[in-house]
Design a protein around this ligand. Structure first.
Ligand code: HEM
Length: 164
């Protein structure tokens, strides 16, 4: 497959929609955390729309990630920006992107196994992965800002302007 010059409109939209959904998962997590703690203490869990929100938006992240992966395999993705003469840097950038896909699937999977299967180990995994995902997001954002404002590669334009 030839390497495309940029991302498509759908790839760009999916990127930003997933950013928003993941942010909401971190902001509105108290209800499910509390319900999980209550359940561990033997209490009944009453219906709460904020719990449903965490479950549904998390599932949506998984579905949209599968769509993103399908597009990546069918259409491809441009080479990592600013790495043309630095193959080591390109490898790190690609590894980060694949780690994102893995985490955006592993978070909903571990959360579902915990919530629907009552598995404490899966909840522990969910809690550990949430830090790994946060660290990756921090790396990703810092990398993008350094490229944009220090190396001046105009990398942000790639996630704004589609090629097709
Ligand atoms: C991208 C998707 C997801 C993200 C980013 C995410 C993120 C989070 C975060 C930040 C917490 C708070 C943990 C804490 O108390 O500090 C949490 C808790 C929890 N989430 Fe998710 N979540 C996702 C998907 C899901 C899904 C799909 C489910 C269930 C179907 C789920 C079930 C849970 C449960 C049961 C807890 C409580 C675990 C505990 O407190 O030990 N999550 N999640």
């Amino acid at each position: 497959m030839a390497t495309p010059a940029g991302y498509t409109r759908t790839q760009i939209r999916l990127h930003w929609i997933i950013v928003g959904l993941v942010a909401l998962q971190y902001v509105f997590k108290d209800a499910i955390s509390q319900a999980w703690a209550d359940w561990l203490n033997g209490a009944e869990i009453a219906f709460n729309p904020m719990i449903a929100q965490h479950v549904f938006l998390g599932a949506l992240v998984a579905l949209l990630t599968i769509w993103r992966l399908a597009l990546r395999f069918s259409h491809g993705a441009p080479a990592p920006a600013g790495t043309e003469s630095a193959p080591g840097k390109a490898k790190v950038a690609l590894a980060t992107q694949w780690a994102f896909y893995a985490l955006m699937l592993l978070m909903p999977i571990s959360g579902s196994v915990a919530w629907f299967g009552g598995a404490e180990g899966a909840a522990t995994a969910h809690n550990i992965l949430k830090f790994v995902l946060l660290a990756l997001i921090a790396l990703h954002v810092v990398g993008a800002l350094v490229q944009q404002f220090v190396q001046k590669t105009n990398v942000m334009a790639r996630m704004k302007h589609p090629v097709a």
